[in-house]
Design a binder for this molecule. Structure first.
Ligand code: SPD
Length: 361
């Protein structure tokens, strides 16, 4: 697609700028402002997109006034031109932590909802899809995982899922915001139950996850799971090269990374960028998988699966199927979404993604 054609897209109408990127391919291309590099150059757009409940509905937009005093809504720059809304029955918690605005409310259709800086993180009804996939896609792809690191994941849901694997001996979790953990323990006990497992070692307020990873002994982890928020503001560094380099160093040979990787409907440029970076660092393999999560923008979320050089990892055909792990299906709470069929199907990509995510070839 040429630049002029790209400029006709809806993205450009709602956002200010476009950025030229080399994208690692040697060819300069234009990137819409909804993607990583454009956002980095326009941080003020991110700061206008905080959470708001308007007339009893939560949308991932923010009302404001234009120069003439007319009410306008700023879109989140990650998904310009759209906003999914949930009806709010009752606000249960709303406070600003040192890092972000934390909101919990009771919705009428999806149970309780956690929102950080205006972006929906999870709902009681569909959290199972995201937490189960991001944990079991990597852990079922290697034999007997023992040491696991979670970056982010302060709600505890990913911990709950990792704990199903009885081979796991240690789960380090590096979460920046204590308020997310406290709020989850109070309002989302079904997720925060993950913190109760004696294998969990919590590191909070230990600086950024990059610093934590730098301190980690080389080759310590069998698996690293990055359960981050979207790359707006503080999570920006979690999609940049130094972060992935440190992950590669902290993984053992043949170790695996599973990273939240946005929506194939909205962010093929961002996905392309991350895959280019990861291909340089993870010499085993790099794959993209996805799952349906109705309350995330566009209704899907992606996962980037990478392995370091070493014993080969076949992500598509899990060597460690969850159905064969004693007690795993029922541990603490019945699995609701993940199974081996879903695992294998998650790697089947629509034709437009195969075309647009050049880095996958
Ligand atoms: N667009 C929202 C992506 C949210 C990813 N993090 C969810 C945290 C659940 N543990």
């Amino acid at each position: 697609m040429e630049g002029d054609e790209l400029k006709d897209l809806d993205c450009q109408r709602t956002m200010d700028g476009w950025e030229s990127s080399n994208n690692g391919s040697g060819k300069a291309i234009l990137i819409p402002a909804c993607c990583l590099k454009a956002k980095a150059s326009q941080p003020e757009l991110g700061s206008k997109s905080h959470s708001t409940v308007v007339s009893g509905w939560l949308s991932e937009t923010q009302p404001s006034s234009d120069k003439s005093g007319k009410q306008v809504y700023f879109n989140n720059p990650m998904w310009p031109g759209e906003a999914h809304s949930l009806k709010v029955e009752k606000i249960l918690f709303q406070e600003k932590s040192k890092y972000q605005e934390v909101l919990v409310f009771q919705s009428s259709a999806y149970g309780r909802v956690l929102v950080l800086d205006g972006i929906l993180q999870l709902t009681e009804k569909d959290e199972c899809a995201y937490q189960e996939m991001i944990a079991h896609l990597p852990l079922c792809s290697i034999e007997s995982p023992k040491n696991v690191l979670v970056v982010g994941g302060g709600d505890g849901g990913v911990l709950r899922e990792i704990c199903r694997h009885s081979s796991v001996e240690l789960i380090d979790i590096c979460e920046i915001d204590q308020m997310v953990i406290d709020v989850s323990k109070e309002f989302f006990p079904e997720l925060a139950i993950g913190f109760e497992d004696p294998r969990v070692c919590l590191h909070v307020g230990d600086g950024t996850s990059i610093e934590f990873l730098k301190q980690a002994p080389e080759g310590k982890y069998d698996a690293i799971i990055v359960d981050s928020s979207d790359p707006v503001g503080p999570a920006q560094e979690l999609v940049e090269k130094p972060f992935f380099k440190n992950i590669g160093r902290a993984l053992r040979p043949g170790g695996v990374l599973c990273n939240m990787a946005e929506s194939m409907w909205l962010h093929t440029h961002l996905i392309n960028d991350i895959i280019y970076i990861c291909r340089e660092i993870f010499k085993g393999s790099v794959h993209y998988a996805w799952a349906s999560v109705p309350t995330y923008p566009s209704g899907v979320i992606g996962f980037l699966l990478c392995s370091t050089e070493g014993p080969p990892v076949d992500f598509v055909h899990p060597i460690n199927p969850i159905e064969k792990l004693r007690g795993a299906l029922e541990f603490r709470r019945e699995l609701k979404f993940y199974n081996t069929e879903i695992h294998e199907a998650a790697f089947a990509l629509p034709s437009f993604v195969k075309r647009e995510v050049a880095a996958l070839h």
